[in-house]
Design a protein around this ligand. Structure first.
Ligand code: AMP
Length: 282
């Protein structure tokens, strides 16, 4: 695996491929890698080489400075995992490399409703930061295919919107959420949980499952209330427990028994904010 820190070096690698008419598969990450990330690399490898993975903890997408400072960094282990997964290139830019003019006064993207609901509502500015970094990474790498996890369901929709707004020649491929043995979605933030918090973390999965298993046509408020209680029992402080249309994220308080829905949760285990979701197909 080649490790590249500068865009211009990356460009030299990619130039040769371009002459052959090849464009890379790309997996963006913030590091502290786990099996969820590696599943994306493996998927990317089956679709087309070279596979480029980026590790960059993007400062512009953190609305909470403490969350940014405490974001886990495990670079040596990450490199070992990426090599074992047969990644071709690791792109490891600095903040100045991606934001040569600084991280303030940046362009704004017209994300509309996506920025007003769920993660958009509870993390103001977060999706602008996601778009800023993704636009820069996609410009530097010029991938044919981009691989992202359904664990960050709304983020996938935002990036799809960015692709459409900027008319980027890339196809977004989303991959299923990889879970721990007890159902907890793999997440870099799980590394910040102490043993008790880690045990409690399963509450999100149980709350999502309870919504999926107990849904009936009609009013959904009791279903969401029950899920909220499960979170409380697991010592969670809840940002939201919602059920939405799976295609546009419009929130639903009623179900007609036909619409494809998704249940979404964001909640804190003490300082650590976790998110997860589960599709509810009729
Ligand atoms: P992150 O490093 O958390 O920014 O995530 C990088 C990519 O990995 C994003 O596309 C995430 O959606 C994806 N990802 C994170 N956790 C998982 C998981 N448990 N299963 C599948 N994909 C994941």
């Amino acid at each position: 695996m080649v490790i590249v820190k500068e865009k211009k070096t990356l460009f030299r690698y990619l130039e040769k491929l371009q002459i052959e008419g090849r464009r890379p598969s790309f997996v963006p990450t913030m590091g502290a890698l786990h099996r969820g990330h590696i599943a994306l690399i493996e998927k990317a490898r089956t679709v087309g080489r070279p596979v480029i993975c980026s590790i960059f903890v993007n400062p512009t997408q953190f609305n909470d400075p403490k969350d940014f400072q405490k974001y886990p960094v495990t670079l040596e282990e990450d490199i070992t995992q990426l090599e074992a997964a047969d990644t071709d290139i690791l792109f490891l830019p600095t903040v100045t490399e991606l934001y040569p003019n600084g991280i303030t006064g940046l362009e704004q993207y017209e994300l509309g409703y996506l920025e007003l609901v769920l993660e958009g509502k509870f993390r103001p500015g977060h999706f602008q930061g996601v778009c800023q970094v993704m636009n820069r990474l996609l410009a530097a790498i010029g991938p044919c295919k981009l691989f992202m996890g359904q664990k960050d369901y709304q983020q996938c929709m935002v990036v799809q919107k960015l692709i459409q707004l900027e008319q980027l020649p890339v196809e977004l491929i989303t991959c299923a959420t990889v879970r721990e043995h007890d159902g907890v979605a793999m997440s870099s933030r799980n590394k910040r949980l102490n043993p008790t918090e880690r045990q409690n973390a399963v509450g999100i999965f149980r709350a999502l499952q309870s919504m999926k298993e107990n849904i009936h046509p009609g009013n959904l408020s009791n279903l969401k209330k029950q899920a909220g209680l499960i979170l409380e029992q697991h010592n969670f402080r809840t940002d939201y427990v919602e059920i939405a249309n799976a295609n546009n994220l419009e929130l639903r308080s009623e179900w007609d028994g036909k619409e494809t829905l998704i249940a979404l949760i964001a909640a804190f285990q003490n300082e650590v904010r976790l998110i997860d979701n589960m599709p509810i197909t009729p």
